[in-house]
Design a protein around this ligand. Structure first.
Ligand code: WT7
Length: 661
């Protein structure tokens, strides 16, 4: 179960390159003067991590104060033990007794261009009515509700409504296929699914209801399906009487008030599935008090969020970034969060810049993949728009290369906006390593230091601290927003995160620490891929490939890609009768790509498929992915002495070079 570790060096981002990075940018006086955190004192405060987090949690609204801040029975943590609160009260109700009642909570823009704004008061009404609607369908505290929605405000409303009645939500990204949705619904045993007739992406309709219907053919536990009608009347979705309910019909007669459940700090808030090193996605569990404390405090300090801000996190809510920094973090702070439904290149490649200018966005949080793509599209597009409202820029999801960081700083931030490169994971719930924009000097390509209250370190193969140099990134102490385990599989939780370096949380990432104590993330060292910021497992894609009747064996690797970080490269051995039949190679490639899309979703579609009669294996039968990476990336082959037959990989390399030329 433990991850197989490779050398922690990703693509062209070598340690030597990073050591040469000398540029350093201190916070401007102007920024510092008004920042929530503006001195080293906060790092010192963080040294006593229990006390530090206790102070942050006190800023939330609790109906009952906790007795003990941390109960740590490794690897199981309980935070704010005995405390009671409700997340929807913290994200909505508590702002209604202040002037923020009439402040914009959510500003939404649809891909076709519509816009809607919800004040905190309006949001409260919708959340309460939908919460009552869920209850009228039999949802009770402790249930799980799956949300399979486009980026519309109703998704945030449904999340908050679940939190209000004490049901855990599990949001499934709208880009996942029917089969992926089915597996997630069944794993968490949901009885209610909330979906939409569809959404828009690059001008096309994403037929969510159709995919949901397919998924439900093999998910008999779901008794009710709530459908938000986002499309025009000309696109009616198929309807199952007695099971399907129109969102508007459901809420029409509901009261504006639904009593918020008094939740225990450790009650489940949500499950979010993510890819690990095996074929089966993991249901990461996040609880109420700790998660909200983490999301709240990191939004406040890392984004330095203020009442005047328009905070735009471009991530889809289907990923953890959207949970913490589109919904929970900004709303717990009483801030204004912007949601955009669609693609950055629709109808034109300057859509993001147009949105920033239109709404006067002040904080932009996006992914290196997007930044590198914008760089490629050229400086003329951002130059066409007035983006002087921007005051802070963030990056998340993959390592950002210094060139992209500098472009972001100069072309988008006009050298005025601090950049926060934020490292974290679905499992960590909230940002863990990042500059504090009013305190920490930044270096292009470094996530800088662990946040106050977080003890992240680099260790060697044996778990010994590496003061200066490369190794594996671990976390030493528990933190409030940490995962509470894997839904239905706590053994996997222990094995996956706590066995490689006993006593420490193992992140799966390689990192380097420089002489100033700055951290430089080097990418995954296990079989997890990051494709345009999306997390996928090589095993998951391999399972999808061998599920096709033509395939005997498959090995998938992440090939370095200048834009996407990883491209999906599959080495496939076809069954003998298929390969003997010869036939149309391209047709088989297309069929296999379509098969992966059907099993997982278009985000997992292989970029390249190379057929091979055999895969390079060790004498004990293990596929040597390291050598497959050498083949795919056109490098000289590394050590082949442990292979059963070194000729297999040599001829594979020749074959690929021949195809390439
Ligand atoms: C993996 C987690 C929660 C953030 C969104 C992705 C990589 C994330 C950075 C960064 C270098 C990063 C790591 C991590 N990653 N942020 N700033 N610099 N790498 O969450 O899908 O759970 O993926 O994303 O490899 O382990 P996720």
């Amino acid at each position: 179960m433990t991850a197989t570790l490779t050398k922690p060096v990703a693509g062209p981002r070598t340690l030597e390159d990073l050591l040469l990075e000398k540029r350093k940018f201190a916070p401007s006086k102007k920024f510092k003067d008004s920042a929530h955190a503006n001195s080293e004192v906060i790092y010192k405060e963080g040294a006593n991590f229990v006390k530090f987090w206790k102070k942050r949690a006190h800023e939330l609204t609790w109906s009952k104060k906790w007795k003990k801040t941390l109960e740590w029975k490794a690897p199981f943590a309980q935070w704010f033990v005995g405390g009671k609160l409700n997340v929807s009260v913290n994200c909505v109700d508590r702002h209604l007794t202040t002037w923020r009642k009439n402040k914009a909570a959510i500003i939404w823009e649809g891909e076709p261009g519509e816009t809607r704004t919800f004040t905190y008061q309006q949001l409260s009404r919708e959340v309460n009515r939908f919460a009552n609607g869920l209850k009228s369908l039999g949802a009770v505290r402790g249930d799980r509700v799956v949300l399979y929605m486009p980026m519309v405000p109703e998704l945030a409303i449904a999340m908050l409504a679940c939190a209000r009645i004490g049901a855990a939500h599990s949001v499934v990204f709208g880009g996942f296929s029917a089969e992926a949705l089915r597996d997630r619904i069944n794993d968490c045993q949901a009885k209610i699914l909330v979906t939409a007739d569809g959404g828009y992406r690059k001008g096309h309709v994403i037929p969510l209801k159709q995919w949901a219907d397919e998924a439900l053919q093999e998910a008999p536990g779901v008794k009710k399906v709530i459908v938000y009608k986002r499309l025009s009347q000309s696109n009616p979705a198929a309807w199952t009487e007695g099971r399907d309910i129109d969102w508007n019909d459901l809420v029409r007669e509901q009261s504006d008030f639904c009593k918020a459940e008094n939740m225990d700090s450790e009650d489940l808030l949500y499950i979010l599935y993510t890819s690990g090193t095996t074929g089966k996605p993991k249901g990461i569990m996040h609880t109420t008090g700790g998660y909200l404390t983490g999301a709240y405090a990191t939004t406040k300090y890392v984004f330095d969020i203020k009442d005047e801000d328009i905070h735009w996190c471009t991530a889809d809510i289907g990923w953890v970034t959207g949970h913490s920094y589109v919904v929970y973090g900004p709303l717990a702070n009483g801030a204004t969060t912007l949601m955009y439904e669609g693609s950055p290149d629709w109808p034109a490649k300057d859509r993001f810049w147009a949105i920033i200018a239109k709404y006067k966005v002040t904080i932009l949080y996006t992914a290196p993949t997007a930044i590198r793509t914008f760089m490629k599209w050229g400086d003329d597009l951002p130059a066409k728009h007035d983006m002087s409202s921007l005051r802070l820029l963030g990056s998340v999801g993959e390592p950002i290369n210094p060139e992209a960081w500098m472009w972001y700083r100069k072309t988008i931030g006009k050298e005025r906006c601090p950049i926060v490169d934020t490292w974290w994971q679905t499992e960590t719930g909230a940002i863990m390593i990042s500059p504090l924009p009013g305190v920490t000097a930044t270096k292009p390509g470094s996530a800088t230091r662990p946040l106050p209250g977080i003890q992240a370190e680099v260790v060697d193969e044996n778990g010994k601290t590496v003061k200066v140099g490369a190794g594996y990134l671990i976390i030493k102490n528990p933190w409030p927003a940490m995962l509470r385990g894997i839904y239905g599989d706590q053994e996997r939780y222990k094995a996956q995160y706590w066995s490689r370096f006993p006593g420490y949380y193992f992140t799966g990432d390689g990192a380097k620490r420089d002489k100033d104590g700055y951290l430089w993330l080097l990418g995954r060292v296990d079989d997890v891929l990051k494709v345009s910021g999306h997390r996928l497992s090589t095993m998951e894609i391999e399972s999808a490939l061998v599920d096709n009747s033509k395939v005997a064996e498959a090995a998938v690797i992440g090939k370095h890609d200048d834009i996407k970080e990883n491209a999906v490269f599959a080495f496939v051995t076809l069954k003998e009768d298929v390969s003997a039949a010869g036939g149309n190679r391209q047709a088989v490639i297309d069929e296999l790509k379509a098969h992966v899309v059907k099993k997982i979703g278009s985000i997992a579609r292989p970029d390249e498929i190379l057929f091979t009669a055999e895969l390079p294996k060790t004498r004990s039968g293990k596929i040597m992915r390291r050598l497959l990476r050498d083949v795919a990336e056109g490098r000289a082959l590394g050590d082949t002495t442990t292979l059963a037959d070194p000729n297999v990989v040599k001829s594979l390399k020749e074959k690929y070079e021949h195809l390439e030329s």
